[in-house]
Ligand binder design. Structure first.
Ligand code: ZN
Length: 615
């Protein structure tokens, strides 16, 4: 391992230098050195963020720092912790060198992961902020693991090279700490795809075992990225990376200023020799679209509460519905508008989004403004009661965006749409501006459209009533249908079976992918709640017939609405019988169809909205 005697000249000229070594992939350990020229004479403080922008949960990354030592001019000095994520070194003059090890075994887009197959990190997990120096340029030396098995490893990041070769380990730089923690790094063996969009080089690196038709993927991503760039009127970055981990089971994405970290199932990548647009591949493209839209909406247009980010504790805003909801509305719509999916396919996705809203009785308890504000303790800390207690600012936010788009189109006679509002939001708040004030989005929407949207926002954002989506969609020749949930994995978006319409309801969600029948959520007002069933109850028999997850739905469909059924359950380890009166099925599953009888005006409005000719 390098020590202070081997420090390069660069450390002496650059005020803050980081060196990161994947010292022990088998033990999932990165060693990091932070070199500070001219440290704080009062005793240099260093800290690690407690959360990562884009993911609103206090994660206490500092708990993964497993060892630390500090040296000043090569002499060991002492340090002490002043809180869970802050260290203060003994006062010293000269070159301060802080060396620590980070345990990295979080295979997600939010943390750091290192094993013998690959390494990935966000700066929030590995780079201590040098307090008082956060505004200074950082130099970062990223080292390869030692040993022959790692000889093939390459490196992918949007960080600017400071001498490192293309895809190589070596020196990188950022203009400050804020940028340092916004360029995740992938290292290992990966498939590389390259294309240009908006005149800017784009790359996708895919790690993890997979097969992919990389040419098709790059062709499709070109269409998608060009579409988003066209929407906002130009690319706001010099290059872009999709850093993608392909896994057996997993899904997620996190946006950054010139890249995104994605996790997908390997079967969601386009497979070689196949040309169809599958639901799985559509899901992956939707994820790419979502994170890419964030390049503008949340990475550059930010809530004032995030300018600057305060990463030691929760930052509160009621606007996450604007950043996640509007992004969730445009992610799928862009797939259609860029020609990647059909109108029917888009309506299916939209029906699924609406289904997620209709399935949560909690939408009548919590507004999206509250959902945004309490993201830290509610949306990100869900429990068995969450469907009854909260609403997602993603799905409800996307629904608000849809409704607002419809209202603006209707009330301006098609002269304006939500597109205009979002582009104006970008124009006004996209550059350094102090961020969008809590009332900023609504004021801008009212001002730009000249419409009185007060009642709309009262209902949609601060209220808990349902939006008049059926009427709004009818105006653009789209019919909204509600039906009961079908058995098994029914995400909505499709008509479903006739038989489901008569299936009586127990009013619960079950834990998925289990052989036993275990209740995950008891829904407000449902038969189960009425009868006293509880989340975590395991149903073992219905009217003395043993049930399992594959026969239970079928068995229940033999009953009629209003019938009593005796359920034998285990609550914890206690066996008991509970009599339940089955109810009418809840109409909580949505699908959309084109209205064949729509008049010419509605068809025109639909084509304007969808950005395509829909016949
Ligand atoms: Zn998002």
């Amino acid at each position: 391992m390098p020590d202070s005697e081997t420090l390069g000249a660069t450390a002496r000229v650059n005020p803050v230098t980081y060196r990161i070594f994947p010292v022990n992939p088998g033990a999932h350990l990165f060693q990091v050195q932070c070199l500070i020229v001219d440290p704080d004479p009062q005793g240099q403080r260093l800290s690690l963020p407690n959360w990562i922008p884009g993911s609103y949960l206090v994660r206490d990354f500092a708990r993964h720092i497993v060892s630390m030592r500090a040296r000043c001019n090569a002499e060991e000095i002492s340090w002490q912790k002043t809180d869970k994520s802050t260290w203060r070194c003994e006062p010293c003059e000269g070159l301060l060198e802080v060396t620590y090890e980070v345990y990295a075994h979080d295979l997600s887009v939010r943390g750091a992961h290192l094993d013998t197959l690959h390494g990935f990190f966000n700066g929030t997990s590995v780079f201590l902020a040098v307090q008082g120096r956060e505004h200074l340029p950082c130099r970062v030396e990223i080292h390869a693991p030692e040993g022959p098995r790692y000889r093939q490893w390459r490196l992918a990041t949007a960080m600017e090279s400071d001498g490192a070769d293309w895809l190589g380990f070596g020196s990188y730089r950022t203009k400050d700490y804020d940028e340092l923690i916004d360029h995740p790094v992938e290292m290992g063996v990966f498939t590389l795809g390259e294309y240009r969009a908006g005149g800017v080089p784009h790359r996708i690196a895919i790690s993890g075992r997979h097969q992919v038709d990389i040419d098709r993927l790059c062709t499709d991503l070109t269409l998608l990225c060009d579409h988003h760039i066209g929407f906002f009127g130009g690319a706001p970055m010099d290059e872009y990376w999709f850093l993608t981990m392909a896994v057996g089971e997993g899904y997620g994405g996190l946006e950054h200023r010139a890249s995104s970290s994605l996790m997908c199932r390997r079967d969601e990548l386009p497979q070689p020799g196949r040309h169809r647009m599958t639901e799985k591949y559509r899901r992956f493209l939707g994820l790419c679209s979502h994170e890419y839209f964030h390049l503008w909406n949340v990475k550059r247009i930010k809530p004032a509460a995030f300018t600057p980010y305060e990463l030691d504790a929760e930052s509160y805003t009621t606007l996450l519905w604007v950043f996640e909801g509007i992004t969730s509305y445009y992610d799928d719509l862009a797939l259609l508008r860029s020609g990647l999916i059909s109108t029917e396919s888009y309506l299916e996705l939209l029906g699924q989004t609406l289904t997620r809203v209709y399935r949560a009785p909690g939408r009548h308890r919590q507004s999206v403004a509250e959902s945004s504000f309490d993201a830290w303790t509610k949306l990100y800390k869900q429990d068995e009661n969450s469907p009854n207690a909260i609403v997602s600012y993603y799905s409800k936010g996307a629904t608000i965006a849809l409704a607002l788009d419809m209202v603006i189109r209707r009330d301006t006679a098609g002269r304006m749409s939500l597109d205009d509002v979002v582009v104006e939001l970008w124009r006004r708040y996209g550059q350094e501006s102090g961020g969008v004030p809590e009332t900023g989005f609504e004021e801008l929407a009212k001002e730009l459209t000249g419409l009185d949207l007060e009642a709309f926002f009262d209902l949609a954002v601060r209220g808990t009533g349902d939006l008049p989506l059926r009427e709004l969609l009818a105006r653009v020749g789209v019919k909204l249908h509600l039906r009961p949930r079908g058995p098994g994995k029914d995400l909505g978006g499709k008509p479903g079976n006739r038989a489901d319409r008569e299936r009586p309801s127990l009013g619960v969600n079950f834990q998925v992918e289990q052989a036993t029948v275990v209740i995950a959520n008891v829904l407000d007002g449902g038969a189960a709640q009425e009868a006293g069933l509880s989340a975590m109850d395991e149903i073992v028999a219905a009217d003395d017939i043993r049930v399992n997850s594959s026969n239970f739905a079928e068995l229940l469909s033999g009953y009629d609405v209003g019938d009593d059924v005796k359920l034998t359950i285990f609550r914890r380890d206690e066996l008991m019988n509970i009599r339940v009166t089955l109810q009418e099925p809840m109409l909580d599953t949505c699908y959309l169809t084109l209205d064949k009888e729509a008049d010419a005006q509605a068809v025109q409005a639909r084509e304007n909205w969808l950005g395509i000719s829909s016949d």
